[in-house]
Design a protein. Sequence first.
Length: 234
Amino acid sequence: MVGVDDSVVARLKRGGLSFEVLVDADGAEALKSGESSSGGLEDVLAVEDVFVDARSGDRPAVSDLVKVFGTSDLLEVARVIVCDGEIHLTTEQRKHIQVEKTRRVISFISRNAINPQTGAPHPPERVERAMNEAGVHVDPLKGVDAQVNVVMKAIRPIIPIRFEEIDVAVKVSSEFGGRVHGVVSSFGRIVREEWGDEGSWIGVVRLPAGLQDDFYEALNRLTRGEVETKLVKK
């Protein structure tokens, strides 16, 4: 839970009234954009209370809460205020969130998209340069998923790029069969698998094309290079 001195105000105006809660800026933004677990509200709030003026400590009448929100449960009301209201950020907080969210958007695109001319992923630095050249900026108050397509549309005229999934067939000996399952599952979904009589594992893994280099590296590290892989044409 964030301290009161480090919190910011989330405000919702509804029914001719204003309601406020004190929140952690990063946590409230994540909850608002759907990137936080549903049980994380208590960690977001600086105080588990609802106000008409948070800085003065004035609270609304219970009858007003019931009239506007249909409940007097403060946590339920606070969740609506955070999710539907406006988060008032300082310039420094807004810049911090924007930088972090830009990093996440770039990372997502780099890990999930490829250059269709070469089949290789674009390094994060190349994606960032394309964003700068296209003049596209990440909104600190919108979710990462909602902005990826906006960024992709903006940078396509700059670099050849598209999202694509690939299927990779993997075969490892019985020495590594029991451990490889967890590794491949962390990169994608196993669409087909079987166990050989001698304990070897053979599977087909569908994963974002941009992850293929990391995928091969992880398999080689696990098996000390004793792995067979093959790109499966769909």
